[in-house]
Structure formats: C-alpha cells, structure tokens
Write a protein that binds this ligand. Structure first.
Ligand code: 1YM
Length: 634
C-alpha cells in the first residue's frame, strides 16, 4: 500500500501515466508479444545510450525466475540528487512522461531515441518496477507499483565501489495479452546491438531455463556480415569494411559477395534498424553502381553498355550503419522505418564510391571475379526479358496453358485483387476444395507430393521443376528479379496444408520458395497460411470446430461428457467439401495467418540455416533455439 499523499503535481503525473495505460499502442506499438518486448528495448536503449556516450561497456539482461526482467549497466548510474521540483531525479525520470530526455540537448548529440524517454512508459505498463542505482560510493533504490505509483521513495540501501543502473520490472497482465518474455527474441536483438556497437559486451540470461549467452565483437560490422554469410559459398573471401565522415555524418559499411543470387542489404541509423531503407541505402546503391560502371568501362569489360544496379548487387551482403546528428534526422513512412535525410544520400554515395573504386583498383583478381558475376547477371536479366516479351506476344502462351490445364481450377471473377489462390496439399483435399470453394473468387491449385527445397536446389533445377513452374504461371507475376506483385492474378495466395508434420514441412518448403523467388509478395502482405481445425465436436444436430489442443481441453471442461462425439481431423482430406469450406476457406469463418518478414536478416539466416545443405549450423541453431516457432516471427 502506498501512503503517499497526492498533491496537484503528482495527480498530473499519474494522469500522464494513465494516458499511457489507456492507449499503450500509441507508446509501444501494440500489446502483443512485440509490444511486451518493446518494454525491454526501451530500458536497454537507455543502457546502450550510456555505453555509447562512453560510460560502461557491459550490459546484462536477465529473465528472472518470477518472470520479471532486469537490465543492468555499468554506466554512471542515474543521477540521485534532488530535481528542482523537490522530488528525487529518479522519481521524475520514471514517472513523468517524456521526462528524462537529454536535459542539455544541443541537437548535435547522436542518439537513437531520447535518453530515458521510454522509462516512464515502461513503468506505466508494469505491475511493479524497482530501480537500483550505484554511484558516488552509494547504492540507492526506488520502487513503484501498479502502473507507476510510487511505492517506496528513493533511499540509500548500501555502499559500493562500482557504478551503474539496474532496472527490474514486471509487465502488467491487465495490459499485455502475454507476459512471457522470449529468450530467443531478446538474444537475437541483443546480438544485433552488439554487432552495431563494437567493444560492447551484452549478456543475456534466462534463470529458469538455466541458459545464457554473451555477445562481444571488436569489429562488429565485419562480424555481422560474416554471421549472415555463415555457411554460404563466397565469391570474395574477406569482408570489405570501410568508413568515413562528412558533414557530421558518420558512415560505416561492411560487405561481401557470395556465389549466389540473393541481395541482402541491411541498414541502420544511430543503431536503429531502417527496415524500409531510405536515402542512405539509395546513396550506397548509387555509389557502388557508379564505381562498377567506371571500372567496367576503363577495363573494357562491357562494350557500349552499363550495369544496372541489380546486376552489381547480385550475391551482395552489406550492412550499412550511419551516425547522424539529431538535428539532421528525418524519418518517413508509416512505421518511420525509412530514412529521409537528404544529406545521408550524398555522403553515403561519396564514401561508398571512393572506397569501392579504390578496392577494385587495388584487387584486380577479385574485381574481375565480381565483374564477371555482374556480367552474367546482366545477360540472364536480358534473356529473361526476351522470354517474357515472347510470352506476352503470344509465343510460349501455349506452353503456359498446357502446364496449367487440368491442375488449376480457375476463379470466374475478373478482379484479380478479390481473387484468392489456395495451394492445397494432395489431390484428395484438392478435390474437396474444388467442390466446396466459392467459384467466383477462389482458385485451387493442388500440389502433388513434396515441393522442391529451393535452398538446396540449383537455379536450373528450380526453373525445370514442374510444380514450381505451375505455381509461377498460376500467379502470373513473374519470378525472381522479374517478380512484380502488381501483376499477380490473386490478391491473396493461401497455403492450405494438413495440420501435421508433413503439412508443416510443405509449408516451410513453400515459404522458402516464396521468400527466395517472390519476396515482394510477402512484403505486400499477400501470402497467407490457412488454419484448418484439428477437431470437430459432433453434437448430432450440429458440429463445433476446435482449432487447437488447448482449446479442446478448455471445451472438454465446459461440456458434459458423452454429450458429443469427438472427431480428430488427421488431414484436410477427411473433411467433406462443405466442412472444408465452412471451417477453413470461407472468409466469414476462417482464420488466416498472414506471412510477414519482420526482420529480413533473421529470416534470411533462418531460411538458409534451416533449409540449406550444411548440417552442423542447422543442428547448432536448432539446439540453441528450441522454441523456434513459425507464428512468432513470420
Ligand atoms: C538499465 C537502464 O537507464 N542507465 C542510465 C541512465 C541515465 C544515465 C546513466 C545518466 C545520464 C546522464 C548523466 C546524462 C539517465 N540519465 C537521465 C537523466 N540504464 C539506464 N545511465 N548521468 C547519468 O544524460 O547527462 C535519464 S536516463 F535524465 F538524468 F539525464
């Protein structure tokens, strides 16, 4: 129980925190797992800011036995003196919305967020929070409860010879749909931070599960690229790292070419990921293309022609990290994941151009190897365009129709955005789906047997694969670099497989194909996974469908035993066509899972580790990440 009297000031404070509790989404995005972990990032960001400013090079995140999380740093410790309001500084920082921002902000500080801004938001959304501060030889502690109400004022609890801050909080289950923190989610994000901030050590521990990991990189960006390219065949044996600073903007780049066709560019600004790219990525791409084209011209590699940007980026893995003063920061887009700052384009372009040019000139053998690859890409691109034109002009259309005939049950509706393509496992379920569907908007393509694993197959195997060709023709929007979701014959492509191991395997194989060859379809939010029920409860007059084992257990407790017959669906084929439509296909009753890529580097890593041909990294990855689930991050 709090004994604090609420004066006018503190009532205003609580109104502030109450606003956060009323609309948590406005402050942390959502109240699902992602929002829950946002709490951790807010506190960690403060610890990282302190480290970046040169105070402390160690941060530890602990998932405690009771489900709370602690974040510890070895910085200066949050100031413990009195604030001009009369309260202690920590009380102000942790209870006033937007307080704690750089008090002495001169607009030139390089910072991801505003120092300490998120701390009060986390407090507002916690059942309890404890802050322990080590500085000036003393240890102080302050405690809050029930969404930021002061429980115990700041008090001295001991002496110490170290400095730093530890924040422990327990998220409020009234706010969050789940309060269980994920070790994997936290370690993945912390590894990324450790890559971006060379020299910083970040440790993560899960006390209950007795596991921990420590990240520390001396050449972070180089290690980041090596990590992404682990297990890949490489074209350039070493990672190229360069950096420069112009107009107060610091640019750091690491890159390496692989002997494959994927392009993998990750960018960050002030240690925050810019998932939608922006001016710095554009500058990087322009710079690298310009350097390549100049080299190709000077060395007579191309005759009267130039490389397209995509030619010189085939097989390229690059991480771009910029430090931009706050007063120049500009973000765009709905999720603010795109850098707008125009100066960043010019500066990144210049630094990239100069360094790539120098590298090509100094490394003739490697330069020729990369040029050769870009040339092959250019030729393949031109050949593909010719083939596409041929199809458009009638030639090849016959081949396409022949491949599709007898397999695809088309929709009669003429509006592609309203039409849906169901990819169905097996001919028997395919038959039910064809009978039960809404013919106007739903097309069915049954898949026979296992889909080719695109991560292990060569490009020529993939292009010769009948199943994948059929799929590509059915969607009708091209493949690989030529894929354009705007040309798709369907607004939704829905993978519908049995709810068993084989079904999951087919799902993963298809996801691998879409990720590798039709990624824009995923990015456009057009790829889905159907969610067929596992059980039916047959009450004689009607049936009730149950999606999961947990739900079944819950229903069993609510129902009289023997009042129903329990039916378990082993596969889609066991449902009759009406049942399949009603439960899994009809827009009114179905539940679809939208496939999304929240983190391109991670998805990339997962796809290549889980689907690739080297067994060791796969084993290791699976061992380390036993709680890897599809629904969490896709
Ligand atoms: C586990 C979370 O918050 N560490 C942290 C926060 C601060 C400082 C040091 C700090 C900053 C400054 C001066 C400064 C904060 N200070 C403020 C405020 N770890 C964690 N470590 N002395 C200490 O920025 O000038 C807010 S956070 F508002 F006091 F500046």
């Amino acid at each position: 129980m709090s004994t604090t009297k609420y004066d006018a000031d503190s009532i205003k404070i609580l109104e502030g925190l109450e606003a956060v509790r009323k609309r948590p989404g406005m402050y942390i995005g959502s109240t699902d797992k992602r929002g829950l972990h946002h709490l951790v990032w807010e506190i960690v960001d403060n610890a990282i800011d302190e480290a970046i400013n040169g105070f402390g090079d160690y941060i530890k995140i602990t998932i405690n036995k009771d489900g709370s999380v602690s974040v510890e740093d070895h910085g200066r410790g949050v100031p413990t003196g009195k604030h001009k309001s009369g309260k202690s500084t920590p009380e102000v920082i942790y209870t006033i919305l937007h307080a704690g921002g750089k008090f002495d902000n001169d607009g030139y500080k390089v910072s991801g967020g505003l120092h300490g801004v998120g701390a009060s938001v986390v407090n507002a959304l916690s059942k309890w929070m404890t802050v322990t501060i080590y500085n000036n030889g003393e240890i102080h502690e302050i405690k809050f409860e029930n969404g930021g109400h002061l429980k115990e004022k700041l008090k001295k609890i001991g002496t110490t010879n170290r400095t730093g801050t530890t924040v422990t909080f327990y998220p409020d289950s009234d706010i969050f749909s789940s309060t269980a923190f994920s070790y994997t989610t936290i370690t993945e994000r912390m590894q990324e931070s450790a890559f971006l901030i060379s020299g910083l050590t970040i440790e993560v521990e899960d006390v209950e599960d007795n596991k921990s990991v420590k990240y520390h990189y001396e050449d972070g960006l180089t290690s980041f690229v090596e990590y992404i390219n682990e297990g890949k065949n490489l074209l350039t044996p070493k990672v190229l790292n360069f950096n420069g600073i112009k107009q107060g903007i610091e640019v750091d780049v690491a890159l390496q070419y692989r002997d494959d066709y994927q392009e993998n560019i990750l960018s960050f600004v002030n240690n925050v990921k810019t998932g939608d790219g922006g001016s710095h990525e554009t500058g990087f791409k322009t710079g690298i293309t310009k350097a390549f084209n100049e080299y190709a011209k000077a060395n007579s590699i191309l005759k009267n022609a130039t490389f397209d940007g995509s030619d010189v980026r085939e097989g390229l893995t690059a991480v771009i990290s910029l430090k931009i003063p706050e007063k120049l920061l500009q973000f765009e887009g709905q999720t603010k994941g795109k850098l707008g700052t125009p100066e960043a384009k010019v500066v990144t372009e210049q630094i990239t151009y100069e360094n790539i040019k120098f590298f090509l000139e100094e490394n003739r053998e490697l330069a020729l190897r990369i040029m050769d690859k870009a040339k092959t890409s250019k030729e393949a691109r031109e050949a593909a365009r010719k083939a596409r034109d041929a199809v458009k002009n009638g030639k090849g259309k016959e081949k396409k129709d022949k491949i599709l005939s007898g397999k695809l049950a088309k929709a009669t509706g003429k509006d592609p955005t309203k039409n849906e393509l169901f990819l169905v496992e097996g001919d028997s379920a395919g038959g039910s789906a064809k009978t039960g569907r809404n013919r106007e908007t739903q097309a069915i393509l049954p898949l026979r047997g296992k889909v080719l694993n695109c991560e292990k197959a060569s490009d020529s195997d993939i292009h010769a694969n009948e199943e994948l060709n059929t799929l590509t023709y059915a969607i009708g929007a091209g493949i690989g670099a030529d894929f354009n979701p705007a040309d798709s014959n369907f607004g939704k492509v829905i993978i519908m497989t049995d709810a068993d191991v084989d079904g999951s395997h087919i799902q993963i194989l298809l996801l691998t194909f879409f990720y590798r060859f039709m990624r824009p379809l995923i990015e456009a939010g057009m790829l889905y996974i159907a969610n067929p029920p596992l059980y039916a409860l047959d009450f004689g007059k009607y049936k009730e469908y149950v999606a999961t084992d947990e739900e079944l257990e819950k229903r069993k407790k609510e129902l009289k035993p023997n009042s129903y017959k329990l039916q378990r669906f082993k596969g889609l084929g066991e449902m009759n066509s009406d049942e399949l439509y009603d439960t899994t296909m009809s827009p009114e009753h179905r539940s679809l899972i939208k496939v999304s890529i929240t983190d391109a580097a991670l998805a990339e890593k997962r796809v290549s580790v889980l689907m690739g041909d080297k067994v060791e990294p796969r084993k290791e990855w699976i061992n380390e990440n036993v709680d890897f689930t599809l629904d969490d991050n896709y």
